[in-house]
Design a protein around this ligand. Structure first.
Ligand code: UDP
Ligand code: MG
Length: 142
């Protein structure tokens, strides 16, 4: 079993796509282990995207990610990281496969609706940015 972090970015929340996006992951058989609506500040956005801090788009990415509320969600399943990335589509919506979230809903390579961890190492770094251990609910809990 693998866990991954998804974020529905400010553009996805503004476009009222929360239900649509969560439905796609649930329909694919992925399980929600944690979920919340949050608004992150500059230092949280910079920390989350620190791997991109030398990129020319970094500043505008941070501004975008702090421009409104986002949904953070931990999804779990076999090969969850790869499955989520396939359902999302590639970064640039113009290149994303038909039927993917980014192909159907994203406006541009920046305003692309959704984030998903790209590896196990990324997921392990990203999940604790939003959830502590007690907030991630196991199947057996409760
Ligand atoms: N991004 C951008 N300009 C670019 C490339 C990426 O603004 O030229 C933004 C976009 O929102 C993207 C995020 O930076 O989702 C992180 O980039 P990454 O290459 O990690 O893409 P992802 O893993 O989200 O597909
Ligand atoms: Mg990435």
């Amino acid at each position: 079993m693998e866990q991954t972090l998804i974020l529905i970015k400010p553009d996805g929340v503004k476009k009222h796509l929360i239900g649509e996006i969560i439905k796609r992951f649930e329909s694919n058989g992925l399980d929600i282990r944690a979920i919340k609506l949050v608004r992150i500040n500059r230092s949280q956005a910079e920390g989350f995207y620190q791997v991109h801090k030398e990129q020319p788009f970094f500043e505008e990415l941070v501004q975008f990610m702090t421009s409104g509320p986002i949904i953070a969600c931990v999804l779990e399943g076999e090969r969850a990281i790869t499955r989520v990335r396939q359902i999302m589509g590639t970064t640039d919506p113009k290149k994303a496969e038909k039927g993917t979230i980014r192909n159907e809903f994203a406006d541009s390579i920046r305003y692309n609706i959704i984030h998903g961890s790209d590896s196990k190492a990324s997921a392990d770094y990203e999940i604790p940015n939003f959830f502590n251990r007690l907030e991630i609910i196991g199947i057996q809990a409760g």
